[in-house]
Every structure is written in structure tokens, then in C-alpha cells.
Design a protein around this ligand. Structure first.
Ligand code: ASP
Ligand code: MG
Length: 423
């Protein structure tokens, strides 16, 4: 069994869906589980639906749903199917749109995140329905699976944690009951369900890679391929650094480090389950499916290539003690406690006896309440519009060239990594 993951960008228009079929045709003999995200920017649009539902703006809510319905209908009309077949696909998609409309007519409960997950999941349900029906009509017979039956989570809506033992059991039963057919199976990324409840959850934005990894792990898949609009994992963002190159091979460890420092090519939670079972991860271009891409696997004594990761939109916050005390364990645990409560991540930290500095995403919805919570205890300064540059496996020459002419506010280095906060 192989697992493929196709993201929203790969199925954003009719050409993308047709291309997906052509990629599958390259693997005629294989059993493949395909994990698919919502088409194009549907998830963003569904977030707008949630927003208007939550604020009781019924006309806006209906308008957003209609726009989304129109987008999917246009996509279906562009597919290489007869009119009757297109009509049938539109009807199938409409089943979901009707449910979505009915849901948003109800009064919404007070938990925003819970509402959010019930609505936003429709993006994946609709995309997989269209795809599965399309492929069936093009002779690629497949089974549609509801990922919520298999991915069991806790009830931390919008950032649900996988309950691995239950998930493993469900996916194993899928295997043994022959629910999982030889050939092609299609399911949704990003979504799961609270154990023993009828409530849908999501794994966090861009979580479909992680779903693919969950299925690959529990199925003991031979490999996982993530199909992207780039040739593979690159050693820098080509929009910022024209010299960026594709990396042919990466170790699991290095891939984990890269995603930790902010490389956005793969969702950070994807690698670990694969590493635990030694399942290879291919990152390949859906525009050039026969090119080798990047493979992430067990590599011993591998020399990792230099790479640069830029995190933009960062805010540097520094804390100084008001009294004569040191910033030590007690104050640090207080600061981290507040970060944790707000779901904030400290991307970089540095401390001296009387001061402490952290770098976080510049999200005013989080920073403001954070500063309010900690403000009484310290003198605080903050500066935003900064970026954090992480260079792995740096050479002096590379580093010098990169930061030339920039204002370095903070620098931190260890054996494999150097990080700069730049203005
Ligand atoms: N559709 C979800 C999102 O846009 C999940 C994903 O694409 O991985 O965040
Ligand atoms: Mg996506």
C-alpha cells in the first residue's frame, strides 16, 4: 500500500483534477490510499462562513456558501465529463452544501472552535466527493472513506490531538474488514472525530500532511508521497534566494529540524510517525510527476546540505525584572505558562540574569492578551516586523554574504545552527 497526499493547490481547478488522474495512471498496479485537502482556498472561505455564522450575519453566511458552491460547480463543469455526468457530480456536491446550509441555520453554540471544526471540515468532504466520483467515471474505480471514522482525536477543537491507540485499532479494522479495497481509496486530510461523540475535529491548518502520515503509519504503508507545486524540498525559499536548490535526500532528523525552524514545505508533525516505522517520504512535483523529487528516509552518517529558513512577521519581546530579582525558573515558568495558555510558540529565546527575550509570531490577537497577562510583573519592550533567519550547516562565507547590510538584533548559534533576528 502506498499513501499519496494532494493539497488544495493541486486540485484548485479542473486542470489540477485531470492531472491527478494522470498521475494515478502512472501507478496502475498499486494499491493507493489518497488523502486530499479542500480545493484551492476553500478552507479560507469556510472560515468566513464560520465568522458570519458566529456573529449571526445570516445573509453574509449564505453568500459565502453560495460563492463556494459556485466555485465547485465551475470546477466540475471544466472536467472532461459528459453534461449528464457533470450534473450528477454537482448533485453529489450539493448534498454537502445542503447540510452546510442547514447547519448554519441553527443557533451556534458558544464554543467558537467547536463551531469552526463542524463547518470547515466540509471543504475536505466536498473535495473528496468530487474527486472520487470523477475518478469512478473515468474508469479509476475507488472507495470513498470518511476519515472521521478512523482518525480518533480528543476535543481540542481546531488543534485536535490524535488518540493513537484508538486510531490504530480503527485503521486496522479497516484493513481486516476489507473496507480498504485493493486499488484506489480516497479520504480527507485534516479532519477527525472526538472519540464516542458525533463531533468533527480538525488537526490545525495545513494538517492534511499529518493525516497522510497517520494513515501511512497505521497501515504500515510502503511509502508516502506528498505531491506539491515545487520540485521537492529546497534548501531555501526560491522567492527570497534565487540560488535555492532541490535537496535529493534528507534524513528524518534533518527534515524534523527544518520544519521545526519554520520550513513550510511539510507540516511539522508529519515526519515523526514515518520515522518510527521507517516509512520513506517522497516530496514530488505534481507538475513533473516522473521527476525523482526529494526522499526523506533513514540515512546514516549523512552530510546534510546547508539550508536557510526565514520566518517573517516576528515580534521580539524582552522582559526585564522590575525589582532586584533575577529572571529565573519562577518567572520563566510564569512566562511560558502564559504563552502556553494562548497557544503561542517561542521560536527563539535568550536569557541573562536580569533579562529574557523571546521571538514569537506577530499575531496581535495573541500578543495583546499575552502582554496584558505578564505586563504587571516585568518591564517589557517589544518590536515587530522582524524576521528570524535560521541557517543550518552554515559556513562562515554563506553567513557573511547573507546578513550583509542587515541589522542584527540578536544572534544565537550552536554546532549545526545559527539564528539571527533581523530588522
Ligand atoms: N484544508 C486545510 C487547510 O487549508 C488543511 C490542509 O490543506 O492541509 O488548512
Ligand atoms: Mg493546504
Amino acid at each position: 500500500m502506498k499513501v499519496f497526499k494532494f493539497g488544495g493547490a493541486s486540485v484548485k481547478d479542473p486542470a489540477g483534477v485531470i492531472n491527478l488522474r494522470k498521475i494515478l495512471a502512472l501507478y496502475p498496479e498499486e494499491s493507493i490510499l489518497i488523502v486530499v485537502s479542500a480545493m484551492g482556498k476553500s478552507t479560507n472561505k469556510l472560515e468566513a462562513v464560520v465568522q458570519s455564522w458566529f456573529t449571526s450575519q445570516q445573509p453574509e453566511c449564505i453568500e459565502h456558501i453560495e460563492e463556494l458552491r459556485f466555485y465547485h460547480q465551475e470546477l466540475i463543469r471544466g472536467l472532461d465529463l459528459s453534461h449528464a455526468e457533470q450534473f450528477e457530480l454537482i448533485r453529489r456536491a450539493d448534498v454537502h452544501f445542503d447540510q452546510l446550509r442547514e447547519l448554519t441555520k441553527l443557533a451556534c453554540y458558544t464554543n467558537y472552535n467547536e463551531n469552526y471544526d463542524q463547518v470547515v471540515a466540509f471543504g475536505e468532504l466536498i473535495s473528496t466527493t468530487i474527486l472520487s466520483e470523477y475518478l469512478n467515471r473515468k474508469g479509476i474505480t475507488n472507495s470513498w472513506l470518511d476519515a472521521r471514522e478512523y482518525v480518533v482525536t480528543n476535543d481540542t477543537f481546531r488543534d485536535a490531538r490524535v488518540q493513537w491507540a484508538d486510531t490504530q485499532k480503527r485503521i486496522e479494522s479497516l484493513k481486516s474488514e476489507q473496507g480498504l479495497k485493493a486499488g484506489i481509496n480516497i479520504t480527507q486530510g485534516f479532519i477527525g472525530r472526538v472519540k464516542d461523540k458525533a463531533l468533527t475535529t480538525t488537526l490545525g491548518r495545513e494538517g492534511s500532511d499529518f493525516t497522510a502520515s497517520i494513515f501511512a503509519f497505521c497501515l504500515g504503508a510502503r511509502d508516502l508521497t506528498i505531491w506539491k507545486d515545487v520540485p521537492g524540498v529546497l534548501n531555501a525559499d526560491p522567492k527570497l534566494f534565487p540560488f535555492a536548490e532541490k535537496i535529493d535526500e534528507l534524513s528524518y532528523e534533518e527534515a524534523v529540524e527544518m520544519t521545526y525552524y519554520g520550513a513550510s514545505v511539510i507540516h511539522p508533525k508529519t515526519i515523526k510517525p514515518l520515522q518510527n516505522k521507517g516509512i520513506a517520504l517522497y516530496v514530488k512535483s505534481f507538475l513533473n510527476p516522473e521527476a525523482p523529487g526529494t526522499v526523506i528516509k533513514q540515512l546514516d552518517k549523512h552530510k546534510s546540505p546547508p539550508c536557510i529558513i526565514v520566518k517573517k512577521n516576528q515580534c521580539l519581546i524582552s522582559f526585564a525584572a522590575r525589582d532586584f530579582s533575577f529572571i529565573a525558573e519562577e518567572s520563566l515558568s510564569f512566562i511560558f505558562g502564559e504563552l502556553y495558555k494562548l497557544g503561542m510558540k517561542a521560536h527563539l529565546t535568550q536569557n541573562s540574569a536580569i533579562s529574557f527575550v523571546i521571538c514569537v509570531d506577530d499575531d496581535p490577537f495573541k500578543i495583546e492578551p499575552f502582554l496584558k497577562a505578564v505586563g504587571d510583573n516585568f518591564d517589557i519592550k517589544s518590536e515587530n516586523k522582524l524576521s528570524v533567519w535560521t541557517i543550518r550547516h552554515h559556513s562562515e562565507r554563506l553567513e557573511k554574504g547573507l546578513i550583509q547590510g542587515k541589522t542584527v538584533l540578536l544572534e544565537q548559534r550552536n554546532r549545526h545552527t545559527v539564528q539571527y533576528v533581523l530588522r
